[in-house]
Design a protein around this ligand. Sequence first.
Ligand code: T46
Length: 188
Amino acid sequence: MKIEDTNLVGVKILTPVRHSDPRGFFSESWSKARMEAAGLRYDFVQDNHSMSVHVGTVRGLHFQSPPHAQAKLVRCGKGRLFDVAVDIRKGSPTFGQWVGVDLSFENGKQLLIPAGFLHGFITREPSTEIIYKCSDYFAPESDGAVRFDDPDLSIDWGLKEDAYLSEKDARAAFLKDFNSPFIWEGDA
Ligand SMILES: Cc1cn([C@H]2C[C@H](O)[C@@H](COP(=O)(O)OP(=O)(O)O[C@H]3O[C@H](C)C(=O)[C@H](O)[C@H]3O)O2)c(=O)[nH]c1=O
């Protein structure tokens, strides 16, 4: 498994090995032992899978507050998407900074996002499917969102027309009006 750092400490790009043969390929898409051997210790408890019909669908930017904060390991099961993480840990030297990575069925890349970060994505192909592991269960009472198009974040989504948004995302808060529940504890 290839592991690459990003500009945000703790947010990493993982690319598992694909064993190809004339039938196609086989890949161990996740191994707890292999991640722990690389010093990446996460107890994932829930797998999520969503499909978005339209190109330009944006889901995010979301988080769950402590004690139900979620670290995520995100991959694209079908199609192509641009996956984004934003540091919202108060006191962090990279607070409000973002990283975006193209994830696709073809490239097999995965984005590892610790708790304390917003997560969102935009789809680049029709019927794109995202699959991701979460380190805590769904807790709707802890759910929070920041606007994907917040000018203080200035995320380059590569949008060519209006995004397809849920009502929740269309009315999400701006970062400046948002009191993050996360505190930076120093990066290992
Ligand atoms: C997140 C979640 C949702 N749901 C139900 C609640 C709604 O009835 C329906 C759609 O939920 P929502 O509109 O919040 O789904 P997304 O907009 O894809 O939200 C996700 O998008 C971003 C990218 C994330 O990283 C989060 O996992 C999550 O916030 O699924 C569940 O039953 N369990 C869950 O864990």
